[in-house]
Write a protein of this length. Structure first.
Ligand code: URP
Ligand code: ZN
Ligand code: ZN
Ligand code: ZN
Length: 536
């Protein structure tokens, strides 16, 4: 056949194998994987010489926040995502990611009851700019309206191909009570919609936050102290119990503590269908990064605030790396949640009404604010950690950080790298084998790395990145490799440091139910007994 593109001298890595071969692409799909092509086959075809480097299925980033505005922000704390589908997906392809799953967010407002309208609204935002990457949506559900769950979930999965929802145990404007959780999980289970859970105990956080504020401890660092590991520990255990009660598979998003990972591991050992996502920030940042800049009380430390926070120490990183290699963690996503530092709706200002950002304002003295200064921060709703939008950018650095931190350092195999970043997210969210695979018939989505022998490690600066965020938490970090080419359905989107693709090259992808077994926890006897009558 006449190929549209061939990749030669590839070290092809899949979730199961590594092999030296060549890839032929036709009509946006992988046509063949062979030892070599004949001169005839290569004549007139675009050829990419991988020079022996790793060629992997394109990254699937299943946790990306784009276009979440002040009203419907990612967590109701104010703040406005600074990346839309254009800038966010541009950043994705520059970092080797070809598919992103973003969040379409319901709010408690009466006009937001309809999940279908929420999906329409977010889809319009994507269509407004277009996307460099293929994209889909998770639906965030913050209410338990029986009619909506019954009538709309089937339409969401059948017509929209939205096969996953995210539920919260924290954030005043998002959190569900235990019984509301059961309502939504039950409806999700009946419709084969995967339930993603943000597991932090909201009451613990609120209680600790009030105690910290009463002592003037409002600087960014104290965000971490308001969310010690037991906050995730309690919430993961509770959600596991709720899910077990009604035989519902769950995925914990952004697990960031050794305790949370241990709870997941224990549930998996029991035979429960419990999956976990983790993110780069839990392997590269610690509590100390929340007092990295100038003085511990400087607003600039708000750049590092995310929930759950990074773990306390580097010793935690090592334990979390074990979870990456032994299967406790199913997927590795970015949780890209972009806020600008110097912007009134970014960090550290969040919801300030005036036009000015608080960036660069006091306090940077190294002293805790007290008295009038403290009251001012709390009343202006800026600067104090309670009001700082949670989330950090990272859609572009996700794969390179895992390459440097885990693959190049020998902590995980290349196959496991592919499983965590592409194959498992594709399976978990019903995209496989269109995405997440390098086999004939799959979409021709690849990331081609640099040959290790010839790549010179470099130190990252934010100016090298393609997001619309004015900082990266990984400024100055040394990287051992970076995607050399990113190819989406046979189109070169990124090559040798340049964006080549077009903003309308990305397409909306409809997803099916999760393909990651077991869909029902048949391995667990007690659970089976409950489920038998419940779902009849
Ligand atoms: O801090 C974070 N992770 N912000 C994004 C919102 C969320 O909960 O994922
Ligand atoms: Zn979350
Ligand atoms: Zn400062
Ligand atoms: Zn998130």
């Amino acid at each position: 056949p006449n190929f549209d593109l061939v990749v030669i001298n590839a070290t092809v890595v899949t979730a199961s194998d590594i092999s030296k071969c060549c890839i032929g692409v036709k009509d946006g799909k992988i046509h063949s994987l062979v030892n070599s092509f004949t001169d005839d086959e290569l004549a007139g075809t675009e050829i990419i010489d991988a020079e022996g480097a790793y060629v992997m299925p394109g990254g699937v980033d299943a946790h990306v926040h784009l276009c979440q505005d002040l009203k419907t922000g990612p967590h109701g704390l104010g703040g406005e995502c600074s990346d839309n589908f254009e800038t966010g997906s541009r950043s994705a392809v520059a970092g080797g990611t070809t598919t992103i799953i973003t969040f379409a967010t319901q709010t408690r407002a009466e006009e937001d009851r309809s999940l279908l309208k929420v999906a329409e609204r977010y889809n319009a935002r994507a269509e407004e700019t277009g996307s460099y990457a293929d994209y889909g949506f998770h639906i965030i559900i913050v209410r338990n309206d029986a009619d909506i769950l019954e009538n709309e979930l089937p339409v969401l999965i059948n017509d929209w191909g939205i096969s996953s929802c995210k539920l919260f145990l924290t954030y005043e404007t998002q959190r569900l009570t235990d019984s509301q959780m059961l309502d939504v999980m039950f409806a999700a289970r009946k419709n084969s919609i995967t339930t993603m859970i943000h597991a932090e105990n909201g009451d613990m956080i609120e209680w600790l936050t009030e105690k910290l504020e009463s002592k003037g401890m409002v600087a960014p660092y104290y965000h971490a102290l308001s969310r010690p590991p037991i906050v995730e520990g309690e919430a993961t255990n509770r959600a596991i119990a709720l899910a077990q009660l009604i035989q519902n598979p769950i995925l914990f998003v952004h697990v960031g503590s050794v305790l949370g990972a241990a709870n997941v591991r224990r549930a998996q050992t029991m035979g429960l269908p419990v999956y976990a996502e983790t993110c780069p920030q839990y392997f590269h940042l610690t509590w100390d990064d929340l007092k990295r800049f100038h003085s511990p009380t400087c607003f600039e430390n708000s750049k590092m605030i995310c929930s759950p926070p990074p773990p306390p120490t580097a010793a935690d990183h090592e334990e979390l790396f074990v979870g990456l290699s032994n299967g406790t963690f199913t997927i590795y996503s970015s949780d890209h949640c972009p806020f600008r530092y110097d912007h009134p709706h970014g960090k550290p200002s969040g919801v300030l009404e005036h036009e000015e950002s608080m960036a660069g304002e006091k306090p940077c003295s190294g002293n805790e604010p007290h008295g009038e200064e403290l009251q001012d921060l709390l009343q202006r709703k800026g600067g104090a950690f309670r009001f700082i939008p949670n989330g950090i950018p990272g859609v572009e650095t996700r794969l390179p950080l895992l390459y440097t931190g885990a693959l190049a350092s020998g902590r995980i195999t290349p196959q496991r790298f592919v499983e965590l970043t592409s194959t498992n997210p594709a399976k978990l969210y019903g995209l496989y084998p269109k995405k997440g695979a390098l086999m004939p018939g799959s979409d021709a989505d690849f990331v081609i790395w640099h040959p290790e022998k010839t790549f010179s490690p470099f130190n990252l600066t934010n100016s090298m990145l393609h997001h619309n965020v004015d900082y990266t938490p990984y400024e100055g970090m040394r990287f051992e490799n970076w995607p050399r080419y990113t190819i989406l359905r046979g189109k070169v989107m990124w090559a040798n440091g340049k964006i080549i693709g077009k903003v309308r090259d990305g397409e909306y992808v409809k997803r099916g139910p999760s393909q990651l077994g077991p869909v029902s926890p048949s391995a667990h006897r007690d659970t089976r007994r409950v489920a038998n009558w419940l779902y009849e």
